[in-house]
Design a protein around this ligand. Structure first.
Ligand SMILES: [Zn+2]
Length: 267
């Protein structure tokens, strides 16, 4: 049997469901959590339960995120994002579901994007559901913690920065201005469920698709893996571009073990 190339796979499908993960953004300077075997490269991210349950955990989260945001906000789309935006313009891609929270697909020009895990540039009140731009919270954090404005940390995934030598007890974290509730980035944390309506929208898009292309995800997180599982169950072909193992390797029609930007830019 002849093994098809990625170019063939894309040429044969006019209605791809694309699922992207962290590997798509590493060339934009946003690090990844997983190694080539799909294991943790570093300590797992803070869990939803820990964040909601402890003021000290929130102080640590926001202090690190305050420093990390200064780098994260400057990230720009790379050639993988650009190639996927072109696929949409050329009519090969109907829906792009991303596990990334950086908004770089939209920055590259993609319009049919479902941000499965939310967006880091938005902050949500966990009580009144009010939303605010992250830039606004960043300004408030600086105002309350002026001494932290010049700190540099090692860049970590999800807009985080490593600042482990510091004490976070003095870091002031604002509450919701409207109701006093806990503010949380509008992203799905480890241990938190993806909102049902978002999963349903993505599943409907998958039903309409004639094939699936996974870009830069090890699919270790069930929230992404379930789409590949559903595609395989309904007989839709699945191709993946990912450096290293994915959880769905045995379900794939085509596997390209190359960096995302390189593999997609060549199309
Ligand atoms: Zn509120």
């Amino acid at each position: 049997m002849q093994i098809p190339s990625l170019g063939d796979f894309i040429a044969r499908h006019r209605n791809l469901f694309v699922l992207t993960g962290a590997g798509c953004s590493t060339d934009s300077g946003i690090p990844d959590y997983r190694d080539a075997d799909g294991g943790w490269k570093r300590s797992p991210p803070v869990s939803f339960q820990a964040f909601m349950g402890s003021r000290a955990v929130r102080q640590r989260y926001w202090a690190r995120s305050f420093v990390g945001w200064q780098h994260f906000r400057k990230a720009e789309p790379n050639q993988a994002h650009a190639a996927l935006a072109r696929l949409e313009q050329k009519g090969h891609l109907r829906t792009l579901v991303t596990q990334n929270v950086d908004g770089l697909h939209q920055a590259a020009g993609s319009t049919q994007v479902i941000d499965l895990h939310g967006r880091l540039d938005t902050v949500r009140c966990m009580d009144c559901e009010g939303l605010m731009p992250r830039e606004q919270l960043q300004a408030e954090l600086l105002e309350r913690n002026p001494g932290w404005g010049t700190l540099q940390g090692r860049t970590a995934p999800d807009g985080d920065a490593d600042l482990d030598a510091l004490s976070f007890a003095e870091f002031a974290v604002p509450s919701c201005a409207r109701c006093g509730g806990v503010l949380k980035p509008d992203v799905v944390f480890f241990g938190e469920s993806v909102p049902r309506s978002r999963v349903d929208a993505a599943m409907r898009a998958l039903e309409r698709a004639d094939g699936v292309l996974v870009v830069g995800s090890s699919l270790m997180v069930y929230s992404g893996y379930r789409f590949v599982q559903a595609a395989a169950q309904s007989g839709k072909p699945v191709a993946a571009v990912n450096l290293g193992r994915t959880r769905a390797d045995e379900l794939l029609t085509l596997k390209v073990s190359e960096p995302c930007g390189l593999a997609l830019a060549a199309l």
